[in-house]
Design a protein around this ligand. Structure first.
Ligand code: CTP
Ligand SMILES: C[C@](O)(CO)[C@H](O)COP(=O)(O)O
Length: 244
């Protein structure tokens, strides 16, 4: 069977930490919306066949007209409504994928600096391991603190990675893991779910391989990230022109 790769691009968050009127994924970086950069990476990637865009219920028409149609993203086959938390949005994206899908590339729409090199490394890893996440070794020392804000433990930094997206899985593995998660949550399972790898870690025996991303593959979360992103776009553009 031919390998079929589908990207689920998440754009249904409210961006509360950005404190802007407009959701952060639609704010501009050097003339283009944040989400444009994320979608463009998949549009340019030769092995991604289609994209499911997950948007806020109130933003679905905006996404279709002002993002997908305006910029001509031909790989976006469906725009589906997200949910309250990131994992609800991922689940809705997964439900929209057809059964003939081989691998799913889940990506935060608010991470605009995804490169073709990262996508290639992720593909190599998922073909071997069935589950991988992009990330980078942490640069700072990390403290675990108590409720009063005192450091109580300093984990060995050499074993710590900061995790990014894309997070890539065989379709059957991630779909099955999310079905189990939804069942467990209904039965009262507690705890936060902040990425997709932890769903696979909790719900299955499958090990998730860490793949080198990039320190530039930042998530736009707070206002200073937007300023950094503006500088990064200019820097990466200059680098690209130098290589030509
Ligand atoms: N219910 C949600 C929450 C988040 N996301 C998406 O998941 C990515 C990462 O989430 P985060 O940075 O936490 O975004 P927000 O939830 O929008 O931010 P905040 O937590 O500050 O409100 C973003 O692309 C966001 O649009 C989503 O699709 N659905
Ligand atoms: C998935 C993720 O991008 C990994 O860093 C991140 O956890 C999602 O964003 P959030 O800020 O934790 O909701």
């Amino acid at each position: 069977m031919k390998e079929k790769n589908v990207a689920v691009v998440l754009s249904a968050g409210q961006g509360k930490r950005m404190h802007s009127k407009m959701a952060k994924q639609y704010l501009m970086i050097e003339g283009m919306p944040v989400i444009w950069y994320s979608l463009q990476a998949f549009e340019e990637c030769p092995f991604i066949d289609e994209v499911i865009l997950v948007a806020g219920e109130a933003d679905m028409a905006y996404c279709r007209e002002q993002i997908v149609e305006k910029y001509g993203f031909r790989k976006v086959r469906r725009i589906v409504a997200g949910g309250k938390e990131r994992y609800h949005s991922v689940y809705n994206g997964l439900l929209a994928i057809q059964e003939d899908c081989s691998y799913v590339y889940i990506h935060d729409g608010a991470r605009p600096f995804l490169t073709q090199e990262i996508l290639e490394r992720a593909r190599e890893a998922v073909l071997i391991h069935q589950a991988c996440v992009v990330g980078m070794p942490v640069k700072d020392t990390i403290k675990i603190c108590d409720e009063a804000g005192f450091g109580i433990q300093t984990p060995d930094r050499s074993a710590l990675w900061q995790v990014q997206t894309p997070q890539v899985f065989s379709y059957s593995l991630i779909r099955g893991s999310y079905e189990l998660l939804m069942e467990a949550l209904q039965k009262g399972m507690e705890g936060t779910v902040t990425d997709d790898a932890m769903v696979v870690e909790r719900m299955t025996d499958c090990k998730v391989k860490l793949v080198e991303g990039s320190y530039s593959n930042i998530k736009i979360t707070t206002p200073e990230d937007l300023a950094v992103a503006g500088s990064l776009v200019l820097l990466l553009r200059a680098e690209k022109n130098r290589k030509k």
